[in-house]
Design a binder for this molecule. Sequence first.
Ligand code: PEP
Length: 248
Amino acid sequence: MNRKPFIAGNWKMNMTAASGKKLIEELKPLVENADCDVALCVPAILIPEMVKTAAGSNIKIGAENVHWAKSGAYTGEISADMLKEYGVEYAIIGHSERRQYFGETDESVNKRTLTALEAGITPIVCIGETLEERETDKTNEVLYRQLKTGLANVDDVTKVVIAYEPVWAIGTGRTATDAQAQETIAFIRKTIGELFCPKCAEKIVIQYGGSMNAGNCKGLMAQPDIDGGLIGGASLKTDFAAIVNYNK
Ligand code: PEP
């Protein structure tokens, strides 16, 4: 099964319209011959300007979250229709920072995921264990729960991208080893096979995220079950292009 690799950036709460435009203009020629799909998930307020800047290039713009309701009294939230109106194709859902600081749960991840799919936005669903969970051998149990609840009632799971992001590796400079990332992502793929279907498991794109950079991306991307990366810090610089071009 040939899965198309997918490298996505997560700007988090960084960049301005001016610095974002400058970076995308610099990235465009650097990533134009990429063999993978490329996206940058950016703060909601920057979406219209970044979509305009990336137009005509192979860089797609994504959001960092999406609400589950069509519209209503949800101050500060953004709906899938609002994102679609500006041409957003991806939305990160359930990032560990949302889980840690904003009370995101597997249940809310599920609602956001179902809404994104219904709107034709590809959800990038983040799952991952904390350091304590890894050290107490709970990694697989945690991931299983996050997958079972977070993806409940999804009709076609191959329309979801999963980002395996061990919480202890995000923004810490401490990357999972190639073998650790491969072993855990193989478990995630096997679990998708059990919860959905074996063919779905072969088809679904699973990224690794956590301090991935220009230096370690080749080794990670060489692993058979790793189909891409969700990149935080390194997506704020032209280093992102080196990750996108990991195979050149
Ligand atoms: C992320 O925020 O999804 C992430 C992986 O961050 P970093 O690459 O900075 O660890």
